[in-house]
Design a protein around this ligand. Structure first.
Ligand code: SF4
Length: 358
């Protein structure tokens, strides 16, 4: 029997997902029912770090904190923060990871979290990474960089920062982050960073959901005006909060196909990347798919193993996280380079909007 799935659509009721959480000026993460973390039972410790085609791992992604002052409804780290916020990532642990991977040939590190600038030794961590010969990068909402004195201490040790910005103004951005003042703080952090180092590699990541997609071209235009050299437009990932609320937040494929081709014209001189989207829906801009510009990475983060929590290394050699190639992809000539649609989307909805190449 053939099971017909519905087409995804945007309906007024989707907005209840943000309205359920009041907008606060000073609150930490939205408390949720605690998430069950998967228990890994595979080999522990050292694992092969030369890729399946002989590639050498060059990039490290290190989770420095499991806390964040924002309350973003789509937060992909929501479950991990809930599960591991009582496990501090100590200086000793960070130093050991940095030294190990520097010896193995890693040449760049991206610090993430939670909010990485909240780590008590954030500046010293960046100094050590530089000393070990790594290029330093962070994914941040800008929390501590909004303080000028902190920016003056930290920015000299940073090569690039990917700031989260989810709307072109406070009304749109703070509706997504559920914290009043979030937008103003991020903008202050961006301005401080550029004042300390006018040539800084300022990057912006904007997460696009059903509830802010109408503002996406303006968000990208605003990020370009701020001086972003790279703008990443990220699809809502079905992970953490994004998994819990995927029906309300996940972008319909039809909307991706309508909106994304309008975005490059607003990006000015910035390089643009589309993350987590089927290549065939990007129109003439399909070469901007992040699937084509992605680097293998080792992610170091807390994970649960039978009876314990360990600071584990996860080696990822392709950008297919949470994505799946569906029936239409089987006849597509790009299926070796495009990772398809999110698995959760394919489980819930019809994917008839895909336009296989060839
Ligand atoms: S049909 Fe599938 S593999 Fe081909 S571009 Fe679209 S999503 Fe990617």
């Amino acid at each position: 029997m053939t099971v017909t799935k519905p087409r995804a659509e945007i309906v007024a009721d989707d907005a209840r997902v943000v309205e359920a959480f009041e907008l606060r000026s000073n609150a930490s993460h939205i408390p949720r029912a605690s998430a069950e973390m998967p228990i890994y039972d595979g080999p522990e410790g050292d694992r092969p770090w030369i890729g399946p085609h002989g590639e050498v791992m060059r990039r490290l992604e290190l989770h420095l904190t499991y806390t964040c002052p924002e309350r973003c409804v789509f937060c992909s780290e929501e479950h991990r923060m809930e599960a591991y916020h009582d496990f501090p990532v100590t200086w000793g642990r960070v130093a050991k990871v940095l030294r190990l991977h520097a010896e193995r040939g890693v040449r760049s590190v991206h610090f993430t979290g939670g909010e990485p600038t909240l780590h008590p030794q954030f500046v010293e961590v960046c100094m050590l990474a530089r000393k070990l010969g790594m290029r330093t990068s962070i994914g941040t909402i800008g929390t501590m960089l909004a303080k000028r004195s902190f920016a003056e201490r930290a920015v000299p040790w940073l090569d690039e920062a990917l700031f989260s910005l989810h709307g072109p103004n406070a009304a749109v951005n703070d509706r997504m982050t559920r914290r009043q003042g979030s937008f103003d703080q991020t903008i202050a952090a961006i301005r401080n960073t550029l004042e300390v180092n006018p040539g800084f590699d300022l990057f912006v990541n904007t997460v696009v959901t059903k509830l802010n997609v109408d503002h996406l071209p303006d968000t990208v235009g605003f990020a370009a005006e701020l001086g972003a050299k790279l703008i990443v437009v990220s699809n809502t990932t079905p992970e953490g909060g994004g998994f819990d609320k995927y029906r309300e937040l996940g972008l319909p494929l039809a909307r991706i196909a309508e909106v994304m081709p309008q975005v490059p014209a607003r990006a000015g001189n910035a390089i643009l990347r589309f993350f987590g989207m089927p290549m065939c829906l990007l129109g003439a801009h399909d070469v901007l798919s992040n699937d084509l510009h992605w680097d293998p990475r080792v992610t170091v983060e807390w994970a649960t193993r039978p009876g314990k929590v360990v600071f584990d290394s996860v080696y990822t050699w392709d950008p297919g996280r949470k994505r799946a190639r569906v029936a239409a992809c089987e006849r597509c000539t790009r299926n070796a380079v495009c990772e398809g649609v999110y698995d959760k989307y394919a489980e819930l909805y019809d994917t008839g909007e895909l336009r296989p190449y060839g």
